[in-house]
Ligand binder design. Sequence first.
Ligand code: CA
Length: 224
Amino acid sequence: MRILLIEDEIAIAGFISEGLAEEGFAVDVAHNGKEGLAMALDHLEEYDLLLLDWMLPGMSGIEICRNIRKQRPAFPIIFLTARDTVDDVVFGLETGANDYLRKPFAFEELLARIRVLLRSSAGEQTVFRHKDLELDIARHQVLKSGAPIELTQKEFALLELLLRNKGKVCRRSRIIEKVWDIHFDHDTAVIDVYINALRKKLDTAGQVSFVQTIRGVGYRVNDD
Ligand code: CA
């Protein structure tokens, strides 16, 4: 899952993006309204959610929200702001934000709201299965034949992407877009390293791998 954060306060932006990265999200940050809107519109299909500050240099969060809504009416947007009168809250939501979080907030609350919003925008499914594997997003847990398997955050994000797209090829470019952030240096060999790590943890000896290599294109988990 890839998130765009538009927030001009450097310390807050750093705190949020580091926390989300630890939770396995790919996060891009813009510190200026105009720059943030440009990033959003350039990559709108790649982002899954926008965290948007209200008061920003260059362009306000409200204007950014309106612009994005014209392109993608259902795009998940959470406002982050110190403005907290009831009128402001109502105005923010009427402008098209899905949710609204007042500063200062606890990171855990932000995370919970992000997960709720991503769940509702992606449909209700939170558990994905393939043969003896089970990935549970709400519990952030992977089971193999019922036994928990420890995955790193990036491994978890990659497995989630593959299982969400079961039966379809995940192209290498799409894997990079969804699992790594904009600062990624474009050596896509890192994908193969992570796929190999997943195979070591999840494959059963003597059986074909849970994930198939589509040479030169990407990876696919076959339908059962
Ligand atoms: Ca601000």
